[in-house]
Design a protein around this ligand. Sequence first.
Ligand code: PEP
Ligand code: MN
Length: 345
Amino acid sequence: MLLVLNPKLTASEIEQLRQKLTWMGLHAVLSQDDGVCALAIIQGADQQVDMEQFIHLPGVVEAIPFQQKYKLASSVTKKQRTVIRIGDVSIGDESQVVVMAGPCSVESEEQINLTAAQAALAGARILRGGLFKPRTSPYEFQGLGEAGVRYMKAAAQQHGLLTISEVMSIDQIDLLAGNIDILQIGARNMQNYNLLKAVGETGKPILLKRGLSATYNELLLAAEYILSTGNPQVMLCERGIRTFESYTRNTLDIAAVPVLKELSHLPVIIDPSHGVGIRKFIAPMAQAAIAAGADGLIIEIHPDPDKALSDGAQSLTLPQFATMMTSLRKIALAVDKTMAHFSQS
Ligand code: PEP
Ligand code: MN
């Protein structure tokens, strides 16, 4: 239930109303949308409730029942799009496309430095790099862990990039939240609800990847776990789903972009690298993602992909990445956007 409030209510009157709801056994959180305040009752009003009791509360002008189980993630609760601002980078700002790029795994100081330099030069604003890797086989490279955090942080700082890396478990949160700008929840952990709540509590921006067989509804409910901790900074990431097609690594669901943007106010990011898994198809899918309205891309690149310790087959070389970025600028212009770039100041 969303209680739209009289704009004349003072902060203390809103708080009194929230306390009254708590007293009624309901959990309500304040949501502000384009200057209009509302109290979203996220717990306690799921059963058949008497709408009348809400409409007659002091200061309530309208009571809108939620149609979906996700409430804070829903575009019904918040019509204004969520923009995540980190430093001078804005993700979800309708006029810009933000590119995150880097290796699947951070492998060495030299590798991440070289990649960061070329990623920045080509126009990426955020450096990706796996430090703890969810590998299908336990015998494959599992990531550099703590040493890699230092290499990645230094490389990003040197080249003016922000950072994103995956958190696989709760015990990694302190290390990564203290050193990395955006925490990634991997596809395999989309429904690890304890992890979702724990990353939410850091207050850091979170990129939530869609599970291998997750529906939009399940993805949005996973986002709801993070949002319900009071952390509004969530991005949804489509990274390909499992289908009967086996030629590509996954099937990249481009329809996720307009659909998720209809259902939710959260930014939508496309990961074509894991989506198709084949180097030569990354650029066309990245172009399609921007044309469909994606707020950003996350792309795997490597100085020498054939020697990469993980996901080499889907990683672009550094020159291939630069060429792709040039083509993406044209697509962005065609949909009235620009590619986020370094400010001159
Ligand atoms: C990754 O980004 O390297 C990764 C493991 O992604 P996903 O969780 O989408 O498989
Ligand atoms: Mn990867």
